[in-house]
Write a protein that binds this ligand. Structure first.
Ligand code: SF4
Ligand code: SF4
Ligand code: SF4
Ligand code: SF4
Length: 346
């Protein structure tokens, strides 16, 4: 059983499970420590160096990599700390392609929030500013864009792909000032093993990874992804009567905050003009619209013509368990055959 340790942060005594980092212990107790590369779903790595704190009796240290200890006394702010943190922030943004007005992440960007909070010195930045990297936009993926000119090299996408998706298709590539996130052979992401789950896109703190068709919904409703029997929790956003977004429900018991490519990017079909909304019956070789009554009567008539062994059903993973139960019951009890299968077995 994990032990609780007591420590003091900014004069407040808190408790945290042994092994928890100072950063996560502080955040869990509503004590804010600026940070960029840490993410609650992922291993901490201490890349950005923004989450510095002072521990009495020690030098400033990165709080995401330092576990809590019994009796520890931590300060999240001081003149020296704020100055070092500011310099670390300035180093992060030296190459950054600041074009917030045209960035899909504008007003939801952690870099924007942090630079405002830490209060970087624009004049100093401009004096030190390095030329922007001018890396071509990678628009090879059907569902998301990669603009590495906006990347802050936090590594969240790399860890997400490895630790959550288990794909490992991206990593840090090149060296020094040329360092960037890339795939084997520096190819476009579409030529990698990326399965477009979008897990990295949702976690990227800046505008480097963004959905291709990002439209802000006016309202969102939590529901279940209709694509397969996993039943992942999805929060579907709509605007103007159309589905414009879908994000994972973080505490879904079925999916724990993850989605695959279909649940994350594939729900636009709901508003597709190509959807069939009325039954079609083939007449004289042409499919023509029919009423539901007409269609169901025709189906019943045709079903009545089948003889032993001529009838079979294939049930669908998109149906509910109850629907699939009804399908097999109908097949066996009404049509009198055990010829039934399910698409999930194919
Ligand atoms: S990533 Fe953030 S800071 Fe950079 S341009 Fe986009 S909104 Fe602005
Ligand atoms: S693409 Fe986004 S998540 Fe990946 S390293 Fe760059 S800023 Fe971080
Ligand atoms: S979309 Fe999924 S598979 Fe592709 S790079 Fe991101 S996490 Fe990896
Ligand atoms: S998100 Fe993917 S795995 Fe989850 S229910 Fe939808 S299709 Fe199935």
């Amino acid at each position: 059983m994990s032990e609780l340790v007591s420590l003091t942060i900014d004069g407040r005594e808190i408790q945290a499970v042994e092994g928890t980092s100072i950063l996560r212990a502080a955040l869990a107790n509503d004590i804010y420590i600026p940070h960029l590369c840490d993410h609650e779903d992922l291993t901490s790595v201490g890349i950005c160096r923004v989450c510095l704190v002072e521990i009495e009796g020690r030098r400033p240290t990165v709080s995401c990599m330092t576990p809590v200890e019994e009796g520890m006394v931590v300060h999240t702010s001081s003149e020296e700390l704020d100055q070092v943190r500011k310099v670390n922030m300035e180093l992060l943004v030296l190459h950054h392609d600041y074009d917030c007005q045209n960035c899909a992440k504008n007003s939801k960007c952690q870099l924007q929030e942090l630079t405002r909070y830490v209060g970087i010195d624009e004049d100093r930045i401009n004096a030190m500013r390095q030329p922007e990297l001018d890396i071509p936009l990678d628009d090879s993926n059907v569902y998301y864009l990669r603009d590495l000119n906006k990347c802050v090299l936090c590594g969240i996408c790399v860890r997400t792909c490895e630790e959550i998706q288990g794909d490992e298709c991206i990593d840090f590539t090149f060296r020094g000032i040329e360092t960037r996130i890339g795939v084997l052979g520096d190819k476009p992401i579409a030529e990698s093993t990326c399965v477009t789950c979008g897990e990295c896109v949702t976690r990227c703190p800046v505008g480097a990874l963004v959905p291709r068709h990002a439209i802000e919904p006016t309202y969102e409703i939590d529901t279940i992804c209709p694509f397969c029997g996993c039943g992942c929790g999805v929060s579907v956003g709509a605007r103007g009567g159309k589905v414009v977004s879908s994000i994972a429900v973080p505490d879904s018991p079925a999916s724990g905050g993850s989605l695959c490519v279909k649940g994350r990017f594939g729900l636009g079909f709901v508003s597709s003009p190509d959807r069939l909304t009325t039954p079609l019956i083939r007449k004289d070789g042409e499919l023509v619209e029919a009423s539901w009554e007409e269609a169901i009567s025709l189906i019943a008539e045709k079903f009545g013509q089948y003889k032993d062994g001529q009838f079979a059903t294939i049930a669908s993973a998109k149906c509910t368990v109850e629907d699939n139960y009804a399908i097999q019951k109908f097949t066996r009890a009404v049509m009198g055959t055990n010829n039934i299968d399910h698409c999930a077995r194919l």
